[in-house]
Every structure is written in structure tokens, then in C-alpha cells.
Design a protein around this ligand. Structure first.
Ligand SMILES: Cc1cc2nc3c(=O)[nH]c(=O)nc-3n(C[C@H](O)[C@H](O)[C@H](O)COP(=O)(O)OP(=O)(O)OC[C@H]3O[C@@H](n4cnc5c(N)ncnc54)[C@H](O)[C@@H]3O)c2cc1C
Ligand SMILES: NC(=O)c1ccc[n+]([C@@H]2O[C@H](COP(=O)([O-])OP(=O)(O)OC[C@H]3O[C@@H](n4cnc5c(N)ncnc54)[C@H](O)[C@@H]3O)[C@@H](O)[C@H]2O)c1
Length: 440
């Protein structure tokens, strides 16, 4: 049996962030990947999504500027946009795999499963690791209804040769809101099927209401309180049905959350799990002390995002190289790249509501110079400050370019730069950053 210092299962952002520093430190590292090297984010997640979003963003910007002298709204040519995306994604798996082998690691293609706490099998081969890192990510949840096999996922959406004329998304979280915007701007009739009446539960209600209003203006249809019971093939596409509800579309995509699959045989290594993923301690150790888990596969409070998986990967590498501290996450920003962007970081107004230690400052910035210049339909900025220290501890930004301001506020939060220090800085003018003079 081949022996390694560290075996990493999963060649995505989490696994690779752990593997590289360990190899650089001289450890003998094996990485196993069953599908596309690079994982979800660069192959069928964040990166391809944001490439499609680039054209959508440009089109929306142009449409807004028709009121300011720009003539005509450009059309999106889906096959050409897809070719643009594929020109990037097709290089990812080979490029990632050769990066792994080029750094002196062993790359194995296939599905890993545990034999015991220190041994995994891939096909007929077995490998023993002093330590093992699980970084296997999550898979889309499909509704347990008749016709489930007809339902596609975000991965299919992000690689479609042609855009269907009528599409539906089941769920109203990140994936649905982002892909609905792309589909609608690219010319499809879009329906969002919600089993409740609240989209994007992790984001403040007023920000989500502004986003949904913008989506409705873009002719995206929301169907609330619908518990789907079946999907069936009909002459011109698919029929979705629920009690008192039917809808005919050409494609339907599940966007109902993502969960780990159970192909790893974790029970053989006595690794505890629950419905949200693998249970870990403050060192990201599983119930088997030499087995760690990182990234989306973990049950955790931190959001399941690419930079978080990378942070955890680097943390476990340092831990295995001798660092003793438990993991401490910085404030983590997250953005919904929708018809409007909603970005948030740190403490939310809801979390500090009624707590006199905090001040919440909200400004509707729609008519400010910055957002008027780009003819935004809606913009707002909320900053949460600690009263005694003037430290910025949270922010929410809604606009068509919210990510850049929230990243700046994330820097202020994590470097503990108080609001009065931010006011002493000079930012390029006119810009979203220079507006901070009036926001903190
Ligand atoms: C449509 C979409 C859009 C997203 N957009 C964003 C975004 O804008 N920003 C953001 O921060 N995050 C985004 N995410 C989330 C982001 O993709 C994940 O948080 C990130 O990829 C998690 O990294 P990971 O390494 O934990 O898992 P993954 O990237 O999923 O990698 C896990 C790897 O493990 C492999 N694997 C699984 N089981 C086995 C096994 N038994 N043996 C061997 N290999 C195995 C898988 O094939 C996969 O390659 C998006 C996700 C989706 C689906
Ligand atoms: N911009 C980003 O950072 C980004 C983008 C996409 C995905 N992601 C990551 O991927 C994860 C998965 O995204 P997602 O949108 O699939 O999940 P999500 O958890 O964001 O949203 C799931 C949605 O499905 C709904 N839902 C659950 N069960 C349902 C049912 N039976 N019928 C109808 N609706 C149902 C929920 O109410 C919710 O609206 C995110 O949580 C995030 O970690 C991040």
C-alpha cells in the first residue's frame, strides 16, 4: 500500500488551498479528485456564473443609460456568451491537475472512499495517510417528487448550448436569484417557484424586497407558497404541478440548497455527520482525530463560500505544520450577484436591534451623485458601528456594484479601523469609496 503524509480528498478550492502549502513544506501529499479538477467554483459555480453575469451587467448598465443619452440596448447572443465562458472553463481541469503534479504532489483520478481512519481506496488501489483532509464539497438537492429525473441543476444551466424560452427555478436562494437574472436578461421568460414567501432568508428583508422589485420589473415571475408535487413531460416541454397550480416551461432547475453526498463511507472511519455536513471541532478535526474536514462539506456557521473553503484549507495546512491556535474566522463578506447586488458583512441590523451598544446608519443612496451618474434603480448603504469604540462591525450594501464597497468595509472591520479614522482617509473622487465621508 502506498503511504503519504497527507491525503486530500477533493481537488476544489478547499482541498487545493490545504494541499499546496503542505507540499511546499516538504510533505508527501496525495490529492484525489473524482470529477473536474478545480471543483465547483471554477468549473460550474462562481467563476462561470460571473462570466455570464458580465454580459448581463453590461446590458443592464446600457439599458439604464438610455435615459442619459445612450442609444439602444444590446442583445445577448447566448451561444457566443457560452463560448466565452467555455474558453475559460475548458482550461480549468487540466491546468489545475498539472499545477498539482507540477508542485510535486501525486494526483489520482477517481472516487475516494474510506477503508478505516488512515486508509482510503480509489478503485482497486489503497492509500494510507498519516493525516487525511476531506474537502469533497456539496451536491444540489433535488425535490423528492414524481418526474425528479427531468429536473436540471445550476451545473446544467451554466453549460447550456441554447437558452430555453421559458424556464423555472425551484427555490429562492443565491443560485435561483442569480441565474434567474442571467436567464431573464438573456431573453428567457423566467419563473421562480418558492415554497414559502421569503427569498434569500440570510439577507435583510428590505434589501431583498428591493431586489425582488427590480426582478419583477425585469419580468421575472415569483410564485409563492407552492409545494411542487410533480414534473411531467408534455408536448412542448415540462409541466410543473402543485395543489391548484400548473406551469408549463421548457426547462426547470433545482436551486433548493446543496448537501454533501454519502459516497465516502465515513462510518468506516467513525466520522460523525448531520444533515448539514461533517461535524468538526475548533481545529476542523472530525471525530476521527487524524481526519480533518474543510469547505462546503463541513457543518458550520460560516457561509459555504469559496474564500471560506480556501481560508479553512490554509488553516488546516498550518495546523498540520505545527500551529496550535484554533480557527478564528475574520468578518466574511458575501454578495448575491443579481438584478441588484446585495452584499453583507459582519453584524446585521437585525442582530443588533434594540442593543444600545450599536448604532445603525442606513442611507437610501439611490439619488446620490454616485448612483444617479449610473442611473441605478435602487441603492442603499447600511453601516453598523459600535457606539463606544466607533468600530465598524457590519454593513449591507445594495446597488448594481455593491461588492466593491462591501470589500472596502470588510477591510475596515477586519483591521479594526474606526469610523473616525476612515473619515481621515482620502479616497479617489468621485467614487463609492469617497461617499464613505457621508456614510460612517
Ligand atoms: C452556481 C454556484 C455559484 C456559486 N457562486 C459563488 C460565488 O459567487 N462566490 C462564492 O464564494 N461561492 C460561490 N459558490 C460556492 C462555491 O462554489 C463553493 O463554496 C466552493 O466551491 C467550495 O469549495 P470546496 O473545495 O469545499 O468544494 P468543491 O468546490 O465542491 O470541491 C469539492 C471537490 O471534491 C470532489 N469530490 C467529491 N467527493 C469526492 C470523492 N469521494 N473522491 C474524490 N473527489 C471527490 C468533487 O468532484 C469536487 O471537485 C457557488 C456555488 C454554485 C453551485
Ligand atoms: N454569490 C454567492 O456567493 C453564491 C452563489 C450561488 C451559490 N452560493 C452557495 O451555494 C449555496 C447553495 O445555493 P442555493 O441557492 O442552492 O441554496 P440556498 O440555501 O441559498 O437557497 C435555497 C432555497 O431553496 C428553498 N427551498 C428549500 N427547500 C425547498 C423546496 N422543497 N421547495 C422549494 N424551495 C425550497 C429555500 O427556501 C431557499 O430559498 C449557497 O448557500 C451558497 O453557499 C453562493
Amino acid at each position: 500500500m502506498q503511504q503519504y503524509d497527507v491525503i486530500v480528498i477533493g481537488g476544489g478550492p478547499g482541498g487545493l488551498a490545504a494541499a499546496y502549502p503542505l507540499a511546499q513544506a516538504g510533505k508527501k501529499v496525495l490529492v484525489v479528485e473524482r470529477d473536474l479538477w478545480g471543483g465547483t467554483c471554477p468549473n460550474y459555480g462562481c467563476d462561470p456564473k460571473k462570466m455570464l453575469y458580465s454580459a448581463v451587467q453590461a446590458k443592464s448598465y446600457a439599458a439604464r443609460m438610455t435615459s442619459a443619452g445612450l442609444n439602444g440596448i444590446p442583445d445577448i447572443n447566448w451561444p457566443k456568451l457560452m463560448a466565452f465562458k467555455r474558453a475559460y472553463t475548458r482550461t480549468v481541469p487540466n491546468g489545475t491537475r498539472s499545477g498539482v503534479t507540477g508542485a510535486g504532489m501525486i494526483a489520482v483520478d477517481g472516487e475516494a472512499r474510506f477503508i478505516d481512519e488512515r486508509t482510503i481506496a480509489v478503485g482497486q488501489d489503497q492509500y494510507e495517510g498519516q493525516d487525511i483532509i476531506i474537502a469533497t464539497g456539496v451536491q444540489p438537492v433535488l425535490p423528492n417528487i414524481r418526474g425528479q429525473e427531468l429536473i436540471k441543476t445550476s451545473r446544467d444551466f451554466l453549460d447550456m448550448d441554447q437558452l430555453p424560452q421559458r424556464v423555472a427555478f425551484i427555490g429562492a436562494g443565491y443560485v435561483s436569484m442569480e441565474l434567474a437574472n442571467i436567464a431573464a436578461e438573456a431573453g428567457a421568460e423566467v419563473h421562480v417557484i418558492m415554497h414559502g414567501d421569503r427569498a434569500l432568508r440570510a439577507f435583510p428583508e428590505d434589501a431583498v424586497t428591493a431586489l425582488q422589485k427590480a426582478m419583477k420589473n425585469a419580468h421575472i415571475h415569483f410564485h409563492e407558497n407552492i409545494e411542487l408535487t410533480s414534473v411531467e413531460q408534455v408536448t412542448h416541454g415540462l409541466r410543473l404541478a402543485a395543489k391548484g397550480f400548473t406551469l408549463d416551461v421548457q426547462q426547470v432547475f433545482a436551486a433548493m440548497g446543496r448537501r454533501p453526498d454519502d459516497q465516502l463511507h465515513l462510518n468506516r472511519a467513525h466520522i460523525k455527520t448531520n444533515a448539514h455536513g461533517i461535524v468538526v471541532n475548533e481545529f476542523l478535526q472530525t471525530s476521527a482525530p487524524h481526519v480533518y474536514a474543510i469547505g462546503d462539506v463541513v457543518d458550520k456557521k460560516a457561509p459555504k463560500l469559496t474564500p471560506v473553503a480556501g481560508f479553512e484549507g490554509r488553516y488546516v495546512a498550518e495546523h498540520l505544520l505545527g500551529a496550535k491556535a484554533s480557527i478564528r474566522y475574520p468578518a466574511i463578506p458575501t454578495t448575491v450577484y443579481g438584478t441588484l447586488e446585495i452584499s453583507k458583512v459582519g453584524l446585521s441590523p437585525a442582530e443588533v436591534a434594540g442593543d444600545a451598544r450599536y448604532i445603525v446608519k442606513t442611507e437610501n443612496t439611490t439619488h446620490w451623485y454616485t448612483y444617479n451618474r449610473t442611473q441605478e434603480s435602487f441603492a442603499s448603504v447600511t453601516v453598523v458601528e459600535e457606539r463606544a469604540t466607533k468600530l465598524i462591525v457590519g454593513a449591507i450594501v445594495v446597488s448594481s456594484s455593491a461588492e466593491s464597497l462591501v470589500n472596502l468595509l470588510t477591510l475596515a472591520i477586519n483591521t479594526k479601523t474606526p469610523a473616525d479614522q476612515v473619515l481621515k482617509m482620502i479616497f479617489a473622487y468621485p467614487s463609492e469609496a469617497s461617499d464613505l465621508d457621508y456614510l460612517v
